[in-house]
Design a protein around this ligand. Structure first.
Ligand code: GLC
Length: 467
């Protein structure tokens, strides 16, 4: 589900004008727009973030008790992801809100998740501190609709401040931390005013007619962000979802300039991702549940579900590890990062399928991580079954993505001439001997010795190192 706020054409126009007004260069590529940051600390941080390549996204909240789509069932839009099990909206909404009174993930053990993520080769985590339904998975002074409220049974647990426990645990494993935060808030009376019905995802009153109410919403949002940026240790990323909250849509202006300045005052260099809102506050782009068709020349990250949904669902089928490795390689070759989602269950556990998937990816990355981390894209990015990356020392990696039934490395692999220069040496990653190469009309044909080819050093994808 990717909700475009404006059409790609108007996005480009918007960015172009924004660029002119701010005096910044806007880059447009394949229908997407990027306006580079100017704060040197943020620029440095984005460059370091580009080295991380692989992160974990987690969607978790009281909705996980029902195994449904996160938040969307209380939104009255006639969309498949808004369907409810009880068609009476008022009854349903009351029951949904009451999920707070039964949410009790007593098996919550963030250290176990953090270790699994680290073993998987993940280098950062982004966690839903608040989704569109407005339930705060952190302690806040702004509302009782939160995990630490006395009516929520988990509030007496020593890890009741879930966001804090997660960020601390992942940081202990050396991962960067990012706060997913929904700008729209369907519980806050300053966003969905109970005075009116709620026909869609947007603010449900006219901001121009009730500017004071909107002002309270802006303050509410800024206060929550201030709490998250003050009380949760060093934060690396602020991942703002709900792109329809932006000043060009119904005047939903939450003063992003002020918000960003406040957040960076507390967390210097903070990466801010105002998703799907072209402009200075979208430090990287976030294509959703897809791998872009081509290389993108600015910072980006694909967020992708591991089992077809963001929130936990019963009987989930996790993607095969081969698919995950392929996806990671393809994304990295095109210059992006992969943010893979796992939805924890209501009792505070992950499904065994999630652990298995992560462990398999980790096994592959342990042997081949050199071809992934801290690399940069190199033309032609991909060609047939090969994907290419370039290490900072100039080493080029050609990653052969094996097909589902391919168990042996091909005896001959053809590498484009632009990648393999005369005199270069080609090895299999971790193997000392260089292979013989022969020039052909299609490129250099590398011969892999039988002994290595018939017993591949790992599953899914094999890396040739070119120097
Ligand atoms: C989609 C979903 C939203 C989810 C987001 C994650 O926009 O609608 O619920 O949080 O994807 O990228």
């Amino acid at each position: 589900m990717f909700f475009r706020v404006v059409s790609p054409v108007s996005k480009i126009a918007l960015a172009f004008w924004a660029g002119l007004i701010l005096g910044l260069p806007a880059i447009a590529h394949a229908g997407e727009t990027y306006i580079p940051e100017t704060d040197p600390l943020v620029l440095q941080k984005i460059e370091r973030w580009r080295d991380l390549k692989f992160g974990l996204l987690m969607h978790w909240g009281p909705y996980s008790q029902w195994g449904i789509v996160e938040s969307w069932s209380i939104c009255s839009e006639d969309e498949p992801w808004c369907r409810r099990k009880n068609p009476n909206y008022d009854d349903y909404k009351r029951q949904y809100v009451a999920l707070k009174n039964t949410f009790n993930p007593i098996r919550f053990n963030p250290d176990k998740w953090a270790r699994a993520a680290k073993e998987a080769g993940m280098r950062y985590v982004v966690f839903t501190t608040k989704h569109h339904d407005g339930f705060c998975m952190f302690d806040t002074k702004t509302t009782n609709y939160k995990i630490t409220d006395k009516d929520c049974p988990f509030s007496i647990n020593k890890r009741a401040n879930i966001a804090k426990a997660i960020f601390d645990a992942f940081r202990r494993q050396g991962l960067w931390t990012g706060a997913y935060f929904s700008k729209p808030d369907w519980h806050c009376p300053y966003y969905w005013w109970p005075n009116f019905a709620t026909p869609d995802r947007n603010v449900n009153y006219k901001i121009s007619r009730y500017p004071d109410r909107w002002k309270k919403f802006v303050e509410y949002t800024h206060t929550q962000i201030r709490e998250l940026m003050s009380n949760y240790g060093p934060m690396d990323i602020l991942w703002l979802d709900g792109g329809w909250v932006n000043k060009n849509n119904l005047g939903q202006d939450i003063d992003m300039d002020g918000l960003a300045a406040m957040a960076r005052n507390l967390q210097p260099g903070l990466i801010i991702v105002d998703r799907a809102v072209p402009g200075i506050h979208q430090d990287y782009l976030t294509p959703e549940n897809r791998v872009p068709d081509q290389f993108i020349p600015y910072p980006w990250e694909s967020c992708i579900t591991s089992d077809g949904g963001w929130a936990w669902t019963p009987d989930a089928h996790y993607m095969p590890a081969r698919k995950a490795v392929d996806t990671l390689v393809e994304i990295v070759a095109k210059g992006g990062n992969l943010l893979l989602n796992v939805g924890p269950a209501a009792d505070g556990t992950w499904d065994p399928g999630a652990y298995h998937l992560l462990a398999e990816i980790g096994k592959w990355l342990k042997l081949n991580g050199r071809a992934i981390y801290a690399t940069r894209p190199v033309k032609p990015y991909q060609s047939g079954k090969l994907a290419f990356t370039r290490g900072k020392d100039g080493t080029i990696y050609a990653i052969y993505l094996a097909g589902e039934h391919e168990r042996e490395i091909p005896r001959k692999i053809t590498i484009p001439v632009s990648i393999l220069k005369t005199g270069a040496k080609v090895h299999l990653l971790g193997h000392p001997t260089a292979f013989a190469c022969e020039e052909s009309p299609k490129g250099w044909v590398v011969s892999i010795p039988e002994a290595l080819a018939s017993r591949p050093y790992c599953d899914y994808a094999w890396v040739l190192k070119i120097r």
